[in-house]
Ligand binder design. Structure first.
Ligand SMILES: [Zn+2]
Ligand SMILES: [Zn+2]
Length: 135
C-alpha cells in the first residue's frame, strides 16, 4: 500500500510502499517508553521505496528488549516517532514506520501483536471503558 505522512510539526515527511499485511503492535517496554503510551503500531516499508524529507534525530538503543541494537528516528522539533531501522550509514533494507504518522492509518489495521508478556494488563478491558467521540 502506498503510504505517506508527516510528523506532528511537519518538518519531516515520509512515503513508501508499506506492507499492510505486516502491521504489528509491539507491547515491549522499550516501545511503551519510546512512545509514552501503552504500545507501538508500526508497518515495514522496504528501504528501496522509502523516501524521507527533513532530518530526523536518531537514537541508538544498544540494549533493546529484543537484544538487537535499533536506530530509533524521531523529529528533533516535535518529538514524533518516525521509524526504527538497523544501525548504520546510508539506506537500510527495511524501515519500520510508525503508523500514527501515516495518512492511511485507518487502513493499516494490526495483523499481529508481539511482546504480549509485557502488555499492559488493562488493555484487554479497554472495550468496556466509557468513551466519548470527542475529548
Ligand atoms: Zn516534527
Ligand atoms: Zn517494541
Amino acid at each position: 500500500m502506498r503510504v505517506d505522512g508527516a510528523c506532528h510539526c511537519g518538518a519531516i515527511t515520509v512515503e513508501g510502499e508499506a506492507d499492510a499485511e505486516k502491521v504489528v503492535i509491539c507491547h515491549c517496554t522499550d516501545c511503551q517508553t519510546g512512545t509514552g503510551t501503552a504500545f507501538r503500531v508500526s508497518v515495514p516499508v522496504p528501504g528501496a521505496t522509502f523516501k524521507i524529507t527533513g532530518r530526523p534525530s536518531v537514537y541508538l538503543k544498544t540494549t533493546a528488549d529484543s537484544g538487537n541494537p535499533r536506530a530509533q528516528a524521531f523529529c528533533p522539533q516535535c518529538g514524533s516517532p518516525i521509524y526504527s531501522t538497523t544501525p548504520g550509514d546510508g539506506p537500510q533494507q527495511w524501515y519500520i514506520v510508525r503508523v500514527g504518522i501515516l495518512r492511511q492509518r485507518d487502513r493499516l489495521a494490526p495483523r499481529q501483536q508481539i511482546w504480549c508478556r509485557s502488555a499492559r494488563p488493562w488493555l484487554a478491558e479497554l472495550g468496556s471503558v466509557p468513551g466519548n467521540a470527542t475529548q
